[in-house]
Design a protein around this ligand. Structure first.
Ligand SMILES: N[C@H](CCC[C@H](N)C(=O)O)C(=O)O
Length: 348
């Protein structure tokens, strides 16, 4: 059962904000809980072996998550898996320590889809920082640590509600690498999250591409192995490069034909992106229908094509920023069909 979630950004004078509603954070395998014996976490390394010491399967009402989450055997890492629109994460209760209880190297092993649990990243619910209620840290599946994750923070909010046994309308402050985030659990279970405003200033994305429009990079040239792509760069707290195709191409980009595994890493690791980048490849069918594929920084490509938008929360917002630029139409809301659920992006 997908619980729709709304991400809406607080308004601010003269800025454009996103409000995104999408099918979102719930345990992708609602009651499949793993106790992972950390000391034996071994993947591809003989001295390290994953042992799912216990696995409970059943409908949520049969398994008391409170009893599961209360378990604190030493040497175990308890986690719950969530996904938001297909962007899946391992969530770890880390509220008792300011240090993540697993290392980036162990996160890589846990995220391995063949030898581990499998996920796009590991998210830690940690004690607050500078007076916030909580801190969210995330390790991508390659072990790198991004500043922020749109879908991840939606899953985080639901996880906190579960950990703290919150019901009804709730709100709390979360410290992230991209600044303060304020998720609100709604009466109907939706999650409203203030994600901050899109950052367009080239040096803040960051990108080394020369700004060509009000300190921003809009439909600029990016040479990738001799092919010149039109790219627009934006940060949603993490860097994004959005492209609608190559320079001078008459017809639009055909995302179905993209060899994402080949071209994605070339964008991600391009010298013009000092912090690497998430890349959104967008095909335009009409002024109201897009198709997109994403190569996600530190997590690779998604498993399939997404109409309108992608699993990536931040990616959807970043693409919407560019889409406004391309479509020159300021829509109040656009409903996006996603394989993982529905999403509405509002841009005000
Ligand atoms: N791997 C991304 C973080 C998650 C981005 C995306 N999944 C989202 O929902 O915003 C990065 O390193 O920037």
């Amino acid at each position: 059962m997908a619980i729709a979630a709304t991400i809406s950004l607080s308004l601010a004078l003269q800025t454009r904000r996103f409000s995104v509603a999408g099918a979102a954070p719930f345990r992708s395998t609602p009651s499949l809980h793993f106790d992972c014996l950390l000391s034996n976490l071994s993947l591809k390394n003989p001295s390290f072996r994953v042992s799912a010491s216990s696995m409970s399967i059943g409908t949520p009402d049969k398994i008391s998550t409170t009893s599961f989450l209360d378990r604190r055997e030493s040497g175990f890492v308890h986690f719950v898996k969530y996904h938001g629109l297909g962007n899946d994460f391992i969530l770890v209760d880390n509220r008792d320590s300011t240090e993540p209880r697993i290392t980036p190297e162990q996160a890589v092993k846990l995220c391995d889809r063949n030898f581990g649990v499998g996920a796009d990243g590991v998210i830690f619910a940690m004690p607050g920082t500078n007076g916030t209620d909580y801190t969210m840290r995330i390790f991508n599946s390659d072990g790198s640590e991004p500043e922020m994750c749109g879908n991840g923070v939606r899953c985080f909010a639901r996880f906190i509600a579960e950990l703290e046994n919150l019901h009804g309308k709730q709100s709390f402050t979360v410290y992230t690498g991209a600044g303060l985030i304020v998720p609100e659990i709604q009466d109907d279970g939706k999650v409203k999250v203030d994600m901050g405003e899109p950052i367009l200033k080239a040096s803040d994305v960051p990108t080394k591409l020369r700004a060509n429009k009000d300190q921003s990079v809009v439909k600029s040239d990016l040479n990738v192995d001799g092919v010149i792509w039109n790219v627009t760069c934006v940060s949603m707290g993490n860097p994004h490069c959005v492209t609608f195709g190559t320079k001078g191409s008459q017809q639009n980009l055909t995302v179905d034909e993209l060899n994402l595994a080949a071209v994605g890493p070339k964008f991600e690791h391009h010298e013009m992106f000092p912090a690497r980048t998430n890349t959104e490849f967008v095909e335009v069918f009409s002024s109201s229908h897009l198709k997109m594929r994403v190569w996600e920084r530190g997590a690779g490509s998604n498993t399939g094509l997404w109409n309108w938008s992608l699993r990536c929360g931040g990616c959807s917002c970043s693409r919407r920023t560019c889409w406004e630029g391309v479509a020159r139409s300021i829509c109040l809301a656009a409903r996006w069909r996603l394989n993982g659920g529905r999403k509405t992006i509002m841009y005000t």
